[in-house]
Design a protein around this ligand. Sequence first.
Ligand code: ASP
Length: 465
Amino acid sequence: MKKIFIEETITRIGEEVELYGWAETIRDHKKVVFVDLRDSTGIVQIVGGPQLSEISSEDVVRVTGVIKSRPDNLINDKIPTGKIEIELKDFTIISKSNSLPLPIDTDGYEVDEEVRHNYRYLDLRRKRMLKNLRTRSEVITFMRDFLTKRRFIEIETPILTKTSPEGARDFIVPSRLQRGKFYALPQSPQQYKQLLMVAGIERYFQIARCFRDEDPRADRAYGEFTQLDIEMSFVTQEDILELTEQLFTELIKKVFPHKKIKESPWPRISHKETIEKYKSDRPDLRKNKEDKDELAFAWIVDFPLFTEQSQEDFYHGMGKSKYAPSHHMFTAPRQEDIPLLDKDPGKVRGLQHDLVLNGFEVGGGSIRIHDPKIQEKVFTLIGFTQEQKDRFSDLLEAFTYGVPPHGGIAPGLDRFLMVILGEPSIREIVAFPASSSGKTAVMHAPSTVEKEQLEELGINIHEGK
Ligand code: ASP
C-alpha cells in the first residue's frame, strides 16, 4: 500500500492507499459518514461507516482505503479531487484537536488580527495563507534559479554586525564578550555586498533579511523584512535595470501567468518629472485601478543625490548638515555632476533607481561610489564627524586595494508579493509577522530576560524615560 499526498489520488483510481492529514469536516448521515481529509496538497472525501463519527474536526488521522470514481451525480467540480472519493478500509486518530479558537475555513480577513497572530499556526491552515506561503516559495525559487544561471553566487552575510545606515533606527544587540559594546542588526547587507565586489565575486545575490526599527505601516512590516539583494561589478545603471526587468518579466510569466504587464520596456521617469506630473515618487500608472491583474512597473531615475536633512535623518545616524542622502550614502553622483559636489551639492544628481509597481516602491538601488575621495566628500557633506567617518574606515580601506566599479538593487520580496497577490498588508504574506505594536506572532517577543543575563552583559534597566 502506498503512502501518497492527497493531490495524487486522482491519478491512482482503483488503488489502495494510505493518507495522512487533518479532518476538515465530518458529515454524519448515521449509516454513512463523510470526512473531508486535508493535507498540504488538497482535500479529499473519505466515505465510511458510523465508526468514522469518532473523528472530530481538525483531528490528525491516518486513513487507508481504495480510491473510487464517484457516480456522475455526486461529482464536486469545486475541488480537484471532486471526481473521486476514498472508500474507507481503516483509520487511526493520531492526535485529537480541541475546538479551534478561530475559524479557518474562511479567508480570515474578518477575524481579529491579534487572535490570528496568537494562533498563527492555526491561521496558516487556511487555504489563502497556505497559497501565499507556497507562492512566496515559488517566487524565491525562481529568483535563485534565474540568477544562478547567470553566474550569480548566493552568499550569506552576517546578522550580528555593525550599523549600516539605510535611514532607519538600528536594532542593537549587547555583546557579552566585549562588555559595553553592541552589535547592530543589518538594515541591509549594503557594505558587505560592496566588500564582496572588492573580493572579486562580480555577481552576488542573497535572499536577505533586513532589520529596521521603524514604525509599522500596512506596506512596511515592523522589525524585519526580506529583500532580493543584488550587487554586480563592471556594470552601468542600464545593465542593472535590464537584468531586473528581465527577471520580473520572466517571473511573472512563469508564476503569475494571468497577470498582464501594462507596458514593456518599463517606462523610465525622472524624479523631477514624477514629482511634477504625479506629485509622487511612486506613481500608480495603471490604466484601470480596479483591475487586479494589471501590473504597471516603472523606473524612477535621476534623483537628486541629497535631500534636505530632517531631524529623523540626524537621529538615524547622519551628521548635522543641510543634506542627507536621497538613497544611501554609498550612492554615486552622475559623472558630469561631480564638480557640483563642491559648488552646489543640492543640484547633484545621483545614480539611484527606484522600482515602482502599481503605486508602491518595491525596490531601490544605485551605482556606488568606488572612489574613496568622493566617498569621503559625501560623508563630509552629510555632516559626518571624524568619528562617524571612522565607522566606515573598513570599507574605505577596502577600496584602496583595487575596487571594481559596481552597483546593485534590492527588490523587496514582501512588498512585491503583497501587491501581486492583492493583499491589504505585508503581514498576510509573512508566516510569523510582528504586530503593529512590535509583538511577534505566537511567541510574543519581546520579553524580559533573567537578571543573571543582564548582569553578565553589564546592563542595568531603569524604569521611566
Ligand atoms: N541597500 C539598499 C536598500 O536596502 C539597496 C541597494 O542600494 O542595493 O534599500
